[in-house]
Write a protein that binds this ligand. Structure first.
Ligand SMILES: C[S@@+](CC[C@H](N)C(=O)[O-])C[C@H]1O[C@@H](n2cnc3c(N)ncnc32)[C@H](O)[C@@H]1O
Ligand SMILES: Nc1nc2[nH]cc(C(=O)O)c2c(=O)[nH]1
Ligand code: SF4
Ligand SMILES: [Mg+2]
Length: 216
């Protein structure tokens, strides 16, 4: 059984594939936060911008088999049958993504991407692995396509990751606009990120372009 919070067709907003049309499959649940505001301050990941509780979002639901989920997701893809791209996100997709789902998606001709916090092992067969490390959570996925660090995070300077085997290194300014009142805030995350990239050119800036555009 797969639990899906929501699924939608949009443009990848972040990282090296920003601008690319994709289906997003957002799994329910995460191993670093319950998703409840009352637990945010004590969570391992405290700045999350996403609602991943339940299955009540657009095109969300519970799916008994991998084939049933892929058939559902495939209805979101437009007429053109080339360049099919599916991004597994969440919540933490590694809690539910398995080889059966990867096989079913490949059989439907998708190129597969994942957005993961990197704390859980991944099944084989994912074409694009984006790891986004979080404070206090040790990484088990130490290689992949892009390492996209939300910046700044306490005790997580980018140089902790700069020797890992990733093709691309991105810093993404921490968006604090949706955090509830009373949460501690960092000043100038965007300016700090720009400054860090300018001083450490291994790292590039990733902006959440979907938020600027007002799309999903
Ligand atoms: C909601 S997470 C889901 C996937 C996975 N759990 C993870 O953390 O990578 C998707 C992406 O959004 C990023 N993200 C979450 N909250 C953010 C925030 N407040 N500002 C900027 N990026 C954020 C994450 O680091 C991750 O790259
Ligand atoms: N457009 C768009 N791009 C994204 N890239 C990563 C996202 C995510 O929440 O994982 C995301 C998202 O939610 N929307
Ligand atoms: S690990 Fe990802 S989904 Fe989980 S709380 Fe952090 S940003 Fe949100
Ligand atoms: Mg998002």
């Amino acid at each position: 059984m797969y639990s899906i919070k929501e699924a939608f067709y949009s443009l990848q907003g972040e990282g090296a594939h920003a601008g690319r049309p994709a289906i997003f499959c957002r799994f329910t649940g995460c191993n670093l936060w319950t998703g409840k505001e009352k637990h945010r301050a004590s969570a391992k990941c405290q700045f999350c911008d996403t609602d991943f509780i339940g299955t009540d979002g657009q095109n969300g639901g519970k799916f008994k088999t991998a084939e049933a989920l892929i058939e559902h997701l495939d209805t979101l893809w437009p007429e053109q049958t080339s360049h099919k791209y599916l991004i597994f996100t969440g919540g933490e997709p590694a809690l539910q993504l398995d080889e059966a789902l990867i096989s079913a998606a490949k059989a439907a001709h998708y190129t597969l991407a994942i957005e993961t916090n990197g704390t859980l092992p991944l099944p084989d067969g994912i074409d694009w692995i984006c790891v986004s490390p979080k404070t206090a959570a040790p990484l088990v996925v130490n290689q992949g396509s892009e390492l996209k660090l939300v910046f700044p995070q306490d005790h997580l300077p980018p140089n902790l990751f700069s020797d890992l085997e990733f093709e691309h290194f991105y810093l993404q300014p921490m968006d604090q606009s949706a955090l509830p009142e009373g949460c501690e805030r960092i000043n100038d995350a965007q300016a700090q990120t720009i400054r860090y990239c300018l001083q450490n050119p291994q790292w590039r800036l990733s902006l959440q372009t979907h938020k600027m555009l007002g799309i999903d």
